[in-house]
Ligand binder design. Structure first.
Ligand SMILES: [Zn+2]
Length: 306
């Protein structure tokens, strides 16, 4: 071992000459120990490696910084898009209210805004602004989650509300078609609804449940709303009568006809000719006795046509 160290010390301690010979002029000679050369080479290698390491780390740092900037820009874009979406959902709320007004539709559970709605909305706007104004690393994920939840909630509410409107519209349309709204006959009215007066001006005890139209025999009788024929045939005192069920609590009766042109179970549309005028049953002359029933009660037919 000692021998090896001695040999190494001898080798490293040995002097060598380094000769620099320019093409012109005198040459220069350096006398150096081998140790010096090795030390110089090692120092040079270390410096180079250190420099390289420093450069790579600096490069990484700059890349991360650039990435962060890119992320920040992307985040800003996403935040803007989200905010725009949220604002649009708020706008649909206004459309929602307008549609309900046009349909004459009552509020419903999806439209009633809380009393301090304006305030809550302003607060929400502020929160959104604050949420996205800071650095990406400072983004409060809980707040962000709540923000997204709120957007989802309002979207669902609006969807439900629009479905409610669609449902209401479909029903109302059908309801309108099912409400008596035309004259059952073009003939003039000969007797109104309610208690008639006797020749002495006293109110008679028997209520007239309908309106009478007095016309020529065989003049047409029209059904006054969409519905289904519940009965077409003889009814004591009403004679050849037709009863039509319109749904939505409405039904109509056409009495003393010359004969039905529909049969029980037929589906009829408003304005369809269902019979002709006659004098069947307890009747003193050619006329149509027309009744309108709503929710099980006779109502004044005069309120159901112009
Ligand atoms: Zn009558």
């Amino acid at each position: 071992m000692g021998k090896f160290i001695n040999a190494l010390a001898g080798f490293l301690g040995e002097r060598v000459d380094i000769l620099i010979m320019p093409r012109k002029g005198a040459s220069t000679k350096f006398k150096l120990r081998r140790l010096t050369i090795w030390v110089a080479v090692i120092v040079w290698l270390l410096v180079t490696a250190g420099g390289l390491l420093f450069f790579v780390r600096g490069y990484d740092y700059n890349m991360v910084k650039a990435d962060n900037n890119l992320m920040r820009i992307k985040m800003k874009l996403i935040a803007d898009e989200l905010e725009r979406g949220r604002k649009y959902i708020e706008l649909t709320h206004t459309t929602d209210i307008q549609m309900r007004q046009m349909l004459g539709m009552p509020g419903g559970k999806f439209i009633n805004l809380p009393k301090n709605w304006e305030e809550a909305k302003a607060k929400q706007d502020d929160r959104a602004k604050q949420l996205f104004s800071g650095e990406l690393k400072d983004l409060d994920t809980d707040e962000f989650e709540q923000y997204i939840d709120e957007i989802e909630d309002s979207s669902k509410t609006r969807l439900a509300s629009f479905q409610e409107i669609a449902w209401y519209f479909a029903n109302k349309k059908e309801g309108l078609n099912s409400t008596p709204s035309i004259r059952p006959s073009n003939a003039p009215i000969s007797s109104g609804y309610g208690y008639r007066l006797d020749p002495l001006g006293h109110r008679t005890s028997k209520k007239h449940n309908g309106v009478d139209f007095a016309g020529k025999p065989d003049s047409p009788i029209f059904v006054t709303a969409d519905g289904v024929v519940r009965h077409a045939g003889w009814v004591p005192s009403f004679g050849q009568a037709i009863l039509v069920d319109h749904g939505f609590g409405y039904s109509t009766l056409y009495a003393h006809t010359a004969g039905a042109q529909v049969k029980t179970g037929d589906v009829v549309k408003r304005g369809d000719k269902i019979a002709t005028m006659g004098s069947s049953g307890r009747s003193t002359g050619t006329h149509l006795h027309y009744e309108v029933w709503k929710d099980g009660q006779a109502v004044n037919p005069r309120n159901y046509f112009k």
